[in-house]
Write a protein that binds this ligand. Structure first.
Ligand SMILES: Cc1cc2nc3c(=O)[nH]c(=O)nc-3n(C[C@H](O)[C@H](O)[C@H](O)COP(=O)(O)O)c2cc1C
Length: 344
């Protein structure tokens, strides 16, 4: 392994040395028996390529178009809660490194940093939202995101309830150890205590149209694993669907995203963009996702673990993963990320 690849592969081990046990467990845990979390990485590794040859790969362009705008990276940062528990600069460090790399960051609605401060880093960012039972309670937070320049809203649809995690008996639950100020900085004071603030159990396609109308932004539907749900999302006005099982943190034994992606692409590809996340750890995984038809991939735990080392850690993830992706594209005979389609 090169020193850089070793650095990337060693993120979890180094985070283990530096993070409080409760925070580390929060980052790594999956729902229930972690079957889905455990299968994600291997699902990408089992994809096999038929590389093209006799193509000029002197210049390789790994950039992609995300919702009509170019991203220098074929991967973006997925929304994750508690970034400030990983590093005091939290979302600001994540945003600064992602802005420098020319990528897109999706900001969790649970973020512990104000949207305006994140936007001030110059990062191109999208808001991730969960909708509450009483939709009107989400409006002030949505308005703040729009005012701070969010370019899209990512509606997470796989979380009618939060998936049960089995905590290790000797590690305290993270919520009992972290400062509440590290969470939900963009909601009104006392938000969680209001009736109707619990997560919506009745989310439907109409919420996609409602969100688009309320914010005036394109809506990305995150947490789709089935072709017909992708179709329903697009018919309801989604600009993109995001194939995700929430990193295995919701329904345990949900299928690997690598195996769901082709059906979703077949159903809505060309009419809407298709993104994917879950278990992406190397440039070869990025190539596999592009080959299976994704327009871009998103990274959850990888930049989050790198955030232990602050903005320079996240910058190194972007740099090394991009270098690995360019290498993989070149070896596969692709001059651009978009050439990676149908390499199987
Ligand atoms: C610690 C942690 C917190 C997360 N928080 C959120 C969140 O607030 N909103 C959301 O839509 N997804 C959340 N996710 C899911 C990620 O956006 C993403 O779907 C998943 O992490 C991708 O898998 P990966 O970690 O293997 O890359 C979280 C994931 C992790 C690991």
């Amino acid at each position: 392994m090169t020193a850089e690849a070793r650095w990337l592969a060693g993120l979890e081990e180094r985070a283990r040395e530096r993070l409080a046990p409760a925070v580390l467990e929060y980052l790594l845990q999956g729902a229930r028996d972690s079957v889905t979390t455990g299968e994600a990485v291997d699902a990408w590794r089992s994809v096999r390529f038929r590389p093209r040859v006799l193509h000029d790969v002197t210049h390789v362009d790994p950039g992609v178009t995300l919702l009509g705008r170019r991203s220098e990276l074929p991967f973006g940062v997925a929304p994750t809660t508690l970034q400030r528990a990983v590093h005091p600069e939290g979302e600001l460090a994540m945003a600064t490194a992602t802005a420098e790399a020319g990528g897109v960051m999706v900001v969790s609605s649970n973020a512990g940093t104000s949207f305006a401060d994140i936007a001030a880093t110059g990062v191109r960012w999208w808001l991730q939202a969960y909708l509450p039972a009483d939709r009107t309670l989400a409006e002030p937070m949505l308005d703040r995101a729009v005012a701070a320049g969010a370019e899209a809203v990512v509606l997470t649809v796989d979380t009618p309830v939060v998936g049960t995690k089995y905590a290790s008996p000797d590690v305290p639950v993270v919520w009992t150890t972290v400062d509440p100020d590290l969470l939900r900085s963009n909601f009104d004071e006392g938000y969680d205590d209001q009736p109707g603030a619990e997560k919506a159990l009745d989310l439907g396609p109409h919420d996609i149209g409602w969100l688009a109308a309320r914010t005036g932004l394109p809506v990305v539907v995150k947490g789709v694993l089935r072709a017909e749900d992708a179709e329903r999302s697009v018919q309801a006005g989604a600009a993109a669907v995001w194939v995700s099982n929430h990193g295995g943190r919701q329904l345990d034994r949900a299928a690997a995203t690598a195996s769901c992606l082709p059906d979703v692409v077949a159903a809505v590809g060309g009419r809407a963009q298709v993104y994917v996340d879950g278990g992406i750890r190397t440039g070869l995984d990025v190539l596999a996702a592009l080959a299976l038809g994704a327009d871009a991939v998103f990274l959850g735990r990888l930049p989050l673990l790198a955030l232990v080392e602050g903005a320079p850690g996240v910058a190194s993830v972007h740099r090394e993963l991009l270098a690995q992706t360019v290498d993989a594209l070149r070896l596969a005979g692709c001059r651009a990320a978009t050439d990676a389609r149908n390499l199987l």
